[in-house]
Design a protein around this ligand. Structure first.
Ligand SMILES: *[C@@H]1O[C@H](CO)[C@@H](O)[C@H](O)[C@H]1NC(C)=O
Ligand SMILES: *[C@@H]1O[C@H](CO)[C@@H](O)[C@H](O)[C@H]1NC(C)=O
Ligand SMILES: *[C@@H]1O[C@H](CO)[C@@H](O)[C@H](O)[C@H]1NC(C)=O
Ligand SMILES: *[C@@H]1O[C@H](CO)[C@@H](O)[C@H](O)[C@H]1NC(C)=O
Ligand SMILES: *[C@@H]1O[C@H](CO)[C@@H](O)[C@H](O)[C@H]1NC(C)=O
Ligand SMILES: *[C@@H]1O[C@H](CO)[C@@H](O)[C@H](O)[C@H]1NC(C)=O
Ligand SMILES: *[C@@H]1O[C@H](CO)[C@@H](O)[C@H](O)[C@H]1NC(C)=O
Ligand SMILES: *[C@@H]1O[C@H](CO)[C@@H](O)[C@H](O)[C@H]1NC(C)=O
Ligand SMILES: *[C@@H]1O[C@H](CO)[C@@H](O)[C@H](O)[C@H]1NC(C)=O
Ligand SMILES: *[C@@H]1O[C@H](CO)[C@@H](O)[C@H](O)[C@H]1NC(C)=O
Ligand SMILES: *[C@@H]1O[C@H](CO)[C@@H](O)[C@H](O)[C@H]1NC(C)=O
Length: 591
């Protein structure tokens, strides 16, 4: 059953443990990284670890993390770098006696893994929802833009918080490999920044992500000859913020009994990056649904998009170069704001960021001026709603954001750069509750564009549209038997941002089914229909249509230049894959 991996991930094969055919293989739809097939390559194992009692890294000796010191410098000048993650959940015994999840009770279902290299977040993933017979997944992450970090000694940390308790007695066996592809005339070395600066906690023993609220700040001193700075933000909503897009504005919480349905603090979130307390750019995030999210059976064996590779958001901070090149520390702040009157959110988002810095050939200080600055502290938002006589509730939250910053920058070697950075973002969220709160329909759309130009040449372009529809029906008042159908898309053009290959991805997933939470064992069923297309600036293409019903792949059509030999047989479905080892009410995540 494992031949898929042999074809698609040939380098992983040697590392795979012997497999039991009853183990479900989960996967996220994604393009294979566009690597030079004919290039010399080298694969190193970065870490191998069984994560068991690893929850609560911040609490001393129950913490388990894996750190690997990379000493190898022979990867300088490679054309591509990838990380190959392979994980398998091994249950130790049958999960039968776990508790019925209650509001805010911590349940152990998919957890988030944080990978950092030299304190720099390079990959955030969630794990697959455990099954009682085990589950396996693999993912390849293109980390070419971080090659600079692999070229010098440093520590690699993978944080995976797993809590062992009655009924959830299992480990995550994790193997991580890095593969480097040699550069050549045909495949020149990947463009690299001169310096990569983490916006992270800089901790030596955890994944370096900061928990907000409150906001996270770090002082950063940039080289005085900095001429360009790009930021990449890596945020994820967790705990009571995991299904943030389904939260109800506080002013409507009292209008219905949402106690078995969802939480408060509204559905809008913007992730803000501030430089010296000035808004430098924001992200309207894509709603990542983890594999235990909303309706766990919907994500077997096809996860929701982004579950194994959380999206990141690119901003151009070059307009701030005139402020940042004074040789002094400057305060970089990341926070997450809502559309509530006080802008606060629940606990918590994990945030981190990376600055990619380009310096001038001259060591002279870069000068210049911010010539215009237009950015409100927060998005413009509105919250309206009405309650009909029969108790139906309709709520609409909207937000919009316009940012426009221009600067003139003069490098020590005499180059002038006229920089324009703009963001134009829109958001709407509509929630309807019918039939005494037994039916909920949700529609959310975040869309917009980020554009920066340097002397009229695009530097960062991000045009995106992230619609999501959730239709949910409860079949009992406790909300322990329900159906949910989710239709969501990730349509994004990233062109031609520095250090990444510009690409357009159009992904759509319709998934849903039924779920029952019971003390005798959670059960459910689901189907998932997916269309995915990828095209990049180098002309690589990848298209996939893949459908699953009741843990079984029912259709898998792959084409495009990045496609490999197709699958001949669907993966076997384990007899007990319908049992879900950690589950909770759909919009009431545990802590
Ligand atoms: C930490 O180690 C000490 C001594 O081995 C032990 O008594 C204590 O229970 C451990 N704490 C946790 C949280 O595991
Ligand atoms: C899991 O449960 C089994 C059976 O109860 C027990 O023998 C084993 O020690 C447990 N494993 C862990 C890691 O707690
Ligand atoms: C990380 O380790 C170094 C060296 O031991 C130490 O100087 C530094 O303070 C540590 N950083 C944190 C955040 O603990
Ligand atoms: C940043 O530096 C300023 C000035 O030294 C200091 O007051 C502030 O506490 C620092 N903030 C952080 C988050 O380190
Ligand atoms: C920046 O603007 C100030 C006036 O606002 C001016 O005095 C200064 O010369 C300008 N600097 C550059 C490098 O253009
Ligand atoms: C309120 O009700 C009207 C009429 O039923 C509807 O058109 C409108 O969209 C509702 N407004 C909100 C905010 O739900
Ligand atoms: C699902 O929800 C969307 C958005 O609220 C709504 O337009 C649609 O009619 C609903 N579909 C069903 C089958 O209820
Ligand atoms: C919520 O669920 C509990 C059982 O967990 C039930 O007693 C209660 O009636 C439910 N509330 C509503 C509003 O249906
Ligand atoms: C997926 O497609 C199948 C076959 O057309 C259909 O029966 C199923 O309802 C679809 N599932 C979803 C969630 O749209
Ligand atoms: C899926 O679950 C629902 C609710 O339990 C059930 O009515 C339906 O028959 C199941 N579908 C399949 C194909 O098993
Ligand atoms: C899965 O697909 C195979 C091959 O199409 C079929 O024989 C099997 O009955 C399917 N299993 C389920 C649970 O639908």
């Amino acid at each position: 059953m494992f031949y898929t991996l042999w074809f698609i991930f040939p380098l992983l094969f040697a590392a795979l443990p012997p497999l039991c055919t009853a183990v479900l293989v989960d996967f996220q739809v994604a393009q294979p990284p566009p690597v030079p097939q004919d290039a010399k390559q080298c694969t190193v194992q970065i870490l191998q670890r069984d994560f068991a009692f690893s929850f609560g890294l911040y609490r001393g000796n129950r913490s388990i993390h894996t750190a690997y010191r990379l000493r190898n410098t022979r990867f300088m000048g490679c054309s591509h770098s990838e990380l190959h993650g392979h994980q398998q959940w091994h249950p130790v015994r049958q999960a039968r006696d776990f508790h019925l999840p209650k509001r805010r009770k911590r349940v152990v279902d998919p957890v988030v893994c944080y990978s950092t290299l030299i304190n720099t977040a390079v990959w955030r993933s969630s794990t697959a929802e455990p099954t009682v017979s085990g589950i396996i997944w693999n993912y390849i992450k293109d980390v070419t833009r971080f090659s600079l970090l692999f070229a010098k000694p440093g520590t690699f940390i993978l944080q995976l918080d797993n809590l062992i308790e009655a009924g959830l007695n299992g480990t995550y066996s994790t193997t991580l490999h890095a593969t480097f592809y040699a550069s050549s005339e045909e495949h020149p070395p990947a463009k690299q920044a001169n310096m990569i600066i983490p916006l992270s906690t800089l901790a030596n023993d955890t994944g370096n992500d900061a928990s907000v609220p409150p906001s996270f700040s770090i002082n950063v001193t940039l080289p005085q000859n900095t001429v360009e700075v790009y930021a990449e933000l890596l945020p994820s909503g967790n705990g009571d913020e995991e299904t943030w897009y389904a939260n109800v504005p506080d002013e409507f919480l009292a209008t219905g009994d949402f106690s078995n349905m969802t939480l408060g603090q509204g559905p809008f979130r913007e992730v803000r990056l501030l430089v010296d307390s000035m808004v430098a750019g924001v992200a309207f995030p894509y709603p990542v649904i983890f594999t235990g999210g909303i309706l766990p059976p919907a994500w077997r064996p096809i996860t929701s998009y982004g579950a194994f590779d959380l999206p990141t958001y690119f901003l151009d901070l070059t307009p701030f170069v005139p402020l940042l090149t004074d040789g002094q520390p400057h305060l970089f702040t990341i926070d997450v704001a809502s559309a509530e009157p006080d802008r606060t959110i629940l606990q918590n988002w994990f945030v981190s960021g990376v600055l990619q810095v380009i310096t001038d050939a001259s060591s002279k200080r870069t000068t210049g001026n911010i010539t215009s600055y237009s950015a409100e502290p927060f998005a413009q938002t509105s919250t309206t709603g009405n309650i009909s006589e029969n108790g139906d509730i309709s709520i609409i939250v909207t937000a919009s954001r316009k940012i426009h910053i221009t600067a003139d920058i003069f490098s020590g070697s005499g180059e002038a750069n006229h920089v324009v950075f703009s963001q134009n973002l829109e958001y709407v969220n509509q929630q309807n509750y019918f039939d005494d709160m037994f039916v909920m329909n949700l529609f959310q759309l975040s869309s917009g564009n980020v554009l920066s130009t340097h002397n009229n040449i695009p530097a960062v372009i991000d045009t995106f549209s992230y619609p999501i529809t959730v239709n949910m029906t409860l079949f009992n008042a406790a909300g322990t038997f329900f159906s949910a159908f989710i239709d969501h898309s990730y349509d994004r053009t990233l062109l031609p941002s520095p250090f990444i290959l510009g690409s357009t991805i159009k992904e759509r997933q319709s998934a849903g089914g039924f779920f029952t939470i019971a003390s005798t064992g959670n059960t459910g069923n689901g189907t998932s229909n997916n269309t995915f297309s990828y095209i990049d600036l180098a002309g690589n293409t990848f298209d996939q249509r893949v459908d699953a019903a009741f843990n079984n792949i029912t259709l898998d059509e792959v084409s495009g230049s990045l496609s490999r030999a197709p699958d001949k047989e669907p993966p076997a479905s384990p007899s007990d894959a319908d049992t879900f080892a950690g589950a909770r009410l759909p919009f009431l995540p545990g802590k």
